[in-house]
Ligand binder design. Structure first.
Ligand code: ATP
Ligand code: MG
Length: 470
């Protein structure tokens, strides 16, 4: 049994008895004991006292002893698990539920998907003794729509959130690429792991204070009059809730609190204090998970993703051939011609929906007739979407975008430096920022990195920036 299997197994035991999953400290005790470490060593690794670790361990052994009906302690843990593994573990893995007496050990993958609800706060009752109640507040979540592809993204998110216990997941990508839709569709696969599920959009730019109040009101059921008045106290209270309950918080449209006309990832005033929320969630021990959807990663997320194992970023790419589902739904004809259209629009489902609607309206769905014009259609709707995003670029970013957009072929960094007259330092920052905003495409050729714009972005940059006289 490897450590991950062991942790899943121990988690199943504890969940069965207490209705709660292993928290970080309990996991550290299980992992450390399995690896033969002393309590003193484990306590140093988790930065708390040895006494506290002993206390947690003793409660864990008690829970396990009661379920396995034999004495589990630090010294017997290894042998009990080994023995248990030989006699029961294959059954445990091969079945959805392993029954021992009247207890069900519930494996991670055993729950059938449920349909996400877009509703007022509600409570979902779940079968007795298998799961605690799930409290959901999805009133801010948009309606669920059709969903094609994304199999590997769903699997990745499930792995990160359920198995790796990731505390903060950023789903990143250009507008329309499907961040919100993906977050909506991962919910049925993971919600049974949580006691509380809450979706909030930052689309109206709420202050941190108001966001915290809204989260805590739901998580603690406290009336507004009883909530602390300072933002710091609210933050502490939220962290306490995230430690004592396993909560899933989804924050959508996070780019609205980030600034425009600067390098990506800085906060607009007065939203700088959201940085403390993201740092606390990414850096401290708790049992919950924050999914954050944004056009670009807030500054901390880049650093946390690099440094913390439990903070991850998923840069969303286009749908690929699965986007054919959108065309089928829109009644487009000649499926053999869809692939080139999908490539041109980089599998962005929103862009594809816009062009599909045009082809349906003007050509009765005949894709070939549209392709005969050999042009790239943006239209007012798509231009407005791109404008919203391009407005966020700094002047230096616009210069670099023009330089890449005007080149006939993909370009090397050295070619960009020659053309834009920036110091390498400035240029590297700009390139990182454009990468974070998913505005540039990168490819490797002969061990060298080349940069390009997608056809849609290139066309927009050429039309709009030349009009501005760049
Ligand atoms: N996998 C998919 N299959 C089919 N349609 C999709 C898929 N993903 C997204 N869409 C559709 O594409 C459109 C844009 O999706 P969505 O709103 O999730 O994008 P987004 O990345 O959240 O955009 P924004 O950053 O502007 O909020 C929606 O109409 C959505 O229904
Ligand atoms: Mg969205």
């Amino acid at each position: 049994m490897d450590v991950q299997e062991l942790l899943r197994f121990a988690d199943g035991l504890v969940f069965t008895k207490t209705g709660k999953h292993l928290d970080d400290l309990q996991e550290a005790v299980v992992r450390g004991t399995w690896q033969g470490k002393r309590y003193s060593k484990i306590s140093k690794e988790v930065h708390c006292t040895e006494r506290h670790v002993r206390n947690i361990a003793s409660k864990l052994w008690k829970i396990m002893s009661e379920i396995l009906e034999e004495n589990v302690s630090k010294s017997t843990f290894h042998s009990v698990i080994e023995r248990y593994q030989i006699s029961h573990y294959s059954n445990f893995l091969n079945s959805n539920f392993l029954e021992q007496g009247d207890i069900n050990f519930c494996t991670e993958t055993s729950h059938p998907p449920k349909t996400p609800q877009n509703s007022q706060p509600r409570q979902t009752s779940t079968p007795e003794n298998t799961q605690p109640e799930i409290h959901q507040d999805l009133r801010d979540a948009p309606d669920i729509t059709s969903f094609y592809g994304r199999t590997s993204e769903l699997a990745t998110l499930q792995q990160w959130i359920v198995h790796d216990r990731t505390r903060l997941v950023a789903i990143l990508g250009i507008s329309g690429i499907g961040k919100t839709n993906l977050a909506l569709h991962i919910l049925p696969q993971i919600q049974h792991q949580f006691e509380y599920v809450i979706w909030r959009s930052l689309g109206t730019s709420p202050t941190l204070h108001n966001t915290l109040k809204s989260l805590i009101k739901f998580l603690s059921n406290l009336p507004e009059t009883e909530l602390p008045t300072s933002t710091d106290e609210l933050l502490s209270l939220l962290m306490e809730k995230l430690r004592s309950h396993r909560c899933l918080v989804i924050l959508d449209d996070v780019q609205t609190i980030l600034s425009s006309r600067q390098i990506a990832g800085n906060y607009r005033h007065p939203y700088e204090n959201y940085s403390s929320l993201f740092k606390l969630i990414g850096e401290t021990c708790h049992n919950s998970c924050l999914i954050l959807n944004s056009w670009e990663p807030p500054r901390e997320i880049v650093a946390l993703t690099r440094e913390k194992a439990r903070v991850r970023s998923l840069q969303l790419q286009g749908l690929g051939v699965a986007a054919g589902g959108i065309f089928q739904e829109k009644g487009l004809l000649e499926p053999e011609k869809w692939e080139s259209l999908i490539n041109t629009y980089r599998g962005n489902p929103l862009w594809l929906k816009i062009v599909a609607a045009l082809i349906q309206e003007l050509f009765g769905g005949r894709v070939g007739e549209f392709l005969n014009y050999n042009m790239l259609f943006l239209g007012e709707e798509l231009k407005a979407i791109l404008q919203q995003q391009c407005e966020r670029l700094s002047e230096l970013e616009k210069q670099v975008m023009c330089c890449i957009g005007n080149a006939i072929e993909p370009v090397f960094i050295s070619q960009i430096i020659e053309n834009v007259q920036l110091s390498p330092d400035d240029l590297f920052n700009v390139m990182k920022s454009l990468g974070n905003r998913a505005f540039i495409e990168k490819q490797e050729q002969d061990n060298q990195v080349l940069f390009n714009l997608s056809p849609v972005v290139r066309q927009y940059v050429k039309n709009e920036y030349s009009r501005e006289g760049r």
